[in-house]
Design a protein around this ligand. Structure first.
Ligand code: CS2
Ligand code: MG
Length: 412
């Protein structure tokens, strides 16, 4: 079964997506998500110029060998662009192999270890009332776990707060938080960690009082605190029993988490911007995190993320796969198949895609009563409608960045 055709498809229904479509000489097709938010075209070039020529004629069944070939023959290893490109090839090959076997991918990955996948949604608001409204609307949608992001007094616009302003042409349409904004330049946002550290615990106290002790609550620190500030926040949130505090401090320096661990028992989740097992080696071995946040799309595909999660399982660390709207339905389906098969599944992030996106990517995964399921169609269960995709050309969009009051650039 030789790879006969490799297409890199770029479309921008509600936001930009990059998809690799492989076709074999006996007509089977496989899809892989290669969307790297705000840097999409770099992966398009990596795939089109450097990888596609290497794939044609290869045996589509040899997934591990193809992974190792793409990783080692590049000489230049790791990094978000390389690993997103390798991921797209890997997932497309797993899609093809499962279709050839006539079974849903999770069956090929060892079968189902559970009946469905607990998922969390994004509630947010500038004010407490807005936060309460958003939590209620997510409970009404069936979510059984909720991430809470709040505005901070004195800061104009910060990460994670949905707004009613909507996208150009979508004014007034409630618009869940899509961080990448279309435009020629990235938006500049302001930040102040001390006012954030004062405010966030008060919001979680109010949410607990309003919604009770059981509801799993999550929060994303989005890489903005120093290790001691992260330790302080983790400690001040302990009374509110968070499911996890995510990306509490930039983790390039993995041992920074030791200081956080010393001071708080709030569970820690990290890894959405990691892209290889090496980014996790120390924090897993030293038990410095509780959840692996990597997405299949950004971490070398199912082949590599499965190895990271198997390593994590030895330390009772669970999965918490990244799943915002910049992970395409192809990437979400791959996460669900892997999540259903592994033992150490923790929780799955789930931001619903827009109607245009759902028309481009025909999905067979389901959302029911707070649980996701990848479906039972052979392969991934997602097909790309090329004509529909063709309606939405790429649109330049950037993630915002932060400056502190004195003008210093800060982690966004
Ligand atoms: C976030 C993302 O969902 C999350 O946990 O951290 O929204 C992140 O900001 C985007 O994926 C960046 O592209
Ligand atoms: Mg995050």
């Amino acid at each position: 079964m030789k790879i006969d055709k490799a297409e890199v498809i770029v479309t921008s229904p509600d936001r930009n997506f990059v998809t690799l479509k492989l076709t074999t000489d006996d007509g089977l097709t496989g899809l892989g998500d290669a969307t790297l938010n705000g840097r999409e075209l770099s992966v398009v070039a990596y795939l089109t110029e450097h990888i596609v020529p290497l794939l044609l004629g290869r045996d589509a069944h040899n997934i591990e060998d193809t992974w190792q070939f793409l990783y080692r023959s590049a000489y230049w290893r790791r990094g978000p662009v390389t690993m997103a490109a390798i991921s797209a090839v890997d997932v497309a090959l797993w899609d093809i192999k499962a279709k050839a076997a006539g079974m849903p991918l999770y069956q090929l990955l060892g079968g189902a270890s559970r009946t469905g996948l607990l998922a969390y949604g994004h509630a947010s608001g500038k004010s407490l009332n807005e936060v309460f409204d958003s939590v209620n609307s997510h409970l009404e949608q069936g979510f059984k776990a909720i991430r809470v992001q709040t505005g901070v007094p004195g800061l104009e616009s910060i990460y994670g707060i949905a707004s009613n302003k909507g996208l150009p042409g979508n004014e007034g349409v409630r618009y869940d938080h899509e961080p990448a904004q279309r435009g020629a330049l990235p938006a500049e946002e302001d930040w102040d960690t001390r006012s954030y550290l004062r405010h966030v615990p008060t919001v979680f106290e109010a949410v607990r009082n309003e919604f009770g002790p059981e509801l799993p609550l999550l929060h994303d620190g989005h890489h903005r605190m120093t290790p001691i500030q992260a330790a302080k926040l983790g400690k001040s949130l302990e009374p509110y029993d968070l499911f996890w505090l995510e990306d509490c401090t930039p983790a390039e320096n993995q041992e920074a988490l030791r200081l956080v661990r010393q001071h708080t028992t709030t569970p820690l989740a990290i890894g959405e911007i990691f892209n290889s097992i090496w980014d996790y080696q120390q924090i897993i071995r030293e038990q410095l995190i509780d959840y692996v946040r990597s997405a299949v799309t950004h971490t070398g595909g199912i082949t590599h993320l499965k190895k990271i999660l198997e390593f994590a399982a030895q330390y009772q660390i669970k999965s918490g796969m990244h799943g915002p709207t910049d992970i395409s339905p192809v990437g979400m389906a791959a996460a669900m198949h892997l999540g259903l098969a592994i033992h150490n599944f923790g929780i799955q992030e789930y931001m619903k895609h827009g109607d245009k996106t759902n028309a481009v990517f025909e999905q067979s995964y389901s959302w029911n009563n707070g649980m996701l399921h990848p479906g039972n169609k052979p392969g991934l269960g997602v097909e790309l409608n090329v004509d529909e995709a063709g309606k939405y050309p790429y649109a330049t969009a950037y993630l915002p960045y932060n400056r502190l009051a004195d003008g210093t650039v800060h982690d966004w």
